[in-house]
Design a protein around this ligand. Structure first.
Ligand SMILES: [Zn+2]
Length: 357
């Protein structure tokens, strides 16, 4: 039997930390992590204990793009230069984590056994300070939370200094920035976004697709990004999402010094998460059709179909609706005129059914 640690979704910062860590495992091809995520039917993810021994700490945290030493931008004073060797040993020892105490962050709590912790402290004079720093909410976490302007959106994390943070969380958190990726630019500043959801599988794929769809692309609205990600997700991933899961899909947006959230209306999310509907919307190859769906203007789909049919017959271009259409060749228009009524019927069926996918 595999010896694993189960990680359950919690607040967005914890979730982003886990997704960032999974990304490292994926990039380094450790344990074929995507196959495991894909095969999972649960909201949690299982991490093999032996994974921690496979992590090349020097490559990642000393020379790589996760800067944690001294005056680092994301994780200020997480460790000092002299602590690096001790920290590397700490990561390897995470294989021995025990679920022995609470944690305000993940709510589960994974700590090293006292004996292992003692070994680390005895072997390295700096490790005592390291543990004192990571076991409680301290300034090093403040720099992580600073973008939220002190308003971390979670009932059980109100920046209280007495909060306990488990050893696993204090390690995972240094990967949270990897889960975010740049989105639309506003006044020269790039926003960072992460899609939070109540399952690591949903989060993994929604974030992956969003990054693939929008990396290096022109500016898109947050609404459209989330909508297109749901379209992609429902067509590529087989998973049945309950109402609660759908309601809790949100985009976390780091905007300058503020954290913002965005969710699509529930009924819009349900529609976009229907595979057949998503496929029809994609087949139209018309951004305006997605706009109408995102706006909840479903009747307009029928109006548009009528306008197109009339245009095919009369070639009368007066309709404003037609100007919104990108592909006006006869083949594309005929295709659209067939898809739109079908799309309308399917959407109505879902809405009248009242939801269950
Ligand atoms: Zn924890």
């Amino acid at each position: 039997m595999r010896d694993c640690i189960k990680l359950y979704p919690s607040n967005w910062l914890y979730n982003a930390s886990v997704i960032g860590f999974l990304k490292i495992l994926y990039e380094k091809n450790i344990k074929k992590i995507e196959e495991e995520i894909s095969a999972s039917e649960k909201s949690y993810i299982e991490i093999d204990r032996e994974i921690f021994a496979s992590i090349d700490c020097d490559a990642l945290y000393r020379r790589g793009n996760i800067s944690i030493v001294g005056n680092s931008a994301n994780y200020k004073n997480y460790i000092q230069h002299d602590w690096q060797d001790g920290f590397n040993e700490f990561v390897k020892k995470l294989a021995y984590l025990e679920n022995v105490n609470e944690c305000s962050f993940c709510t589960t709590g994974w700590f090293l056994p006292e004996k292992k912790k003692r070994e680390l402290i005895d072997n390295n004079e700096y490790m005592d300070r390291f543990f004192k720093g990571i076991e409680r909410y301290t300034m090093r976490f403040s720099s992580i939370l600073a973008p939220s302007d002190g308003k971390f959106p979670n009932a059980f994390w109100d920046l209280n200094q007495s909060f306990r943070v488990c050893h696993l969380c204090s390690y995972l958190i240094i990967h949270h920035h990897l889960a975010f990726f740049p989105s639309d630019k506003e006044k020269g500043k790039t926003h960072q976004i992460f899609i939070n959801a109540p399952s690591f599988k949903i989060m993994w794929y929604l974030n992956k697709f969003t990054e693939q769809l929008f990396k290096g692309k022109e500016q898109y609205s947050i609404r459209k990004m989330l909508g297109m990600s749901l379209l992609e997700f429902s067509q590529r991933i087989y998973i049945s999402l309950g109402a609660w899961s759908i309601m809790n899909i949100e985009m976390v947006i780091k905007k300058n010094n503020v954290i913002d959230y965005y969710s699509l209306p529930y009924e819009i999310s349900i529609i976009l998460l229907q595979k057949d509907i998503a496929s029809l919307i994609t087949q139209t190859n018309e951004p305006y059709v997605l706009e109408l769906v995102l706006d909840g203007k479903f009747d307009m789909l029928l109006n548009l179909a009528h306008m197109i049919l009339r245009y095919i017959e009369t070639k009368d271009e007066k309709s404003k609706l037609l100007n919104k259409i990108k592909n006006k060749d006869l083949y594309s228009l005929k295709n659209l005129a067939v898809i739109l009524p079908e799309l309308y019927v399917k959407i109505n069926k879902i809405l009248n059914k009242g939801v269950n996918i």
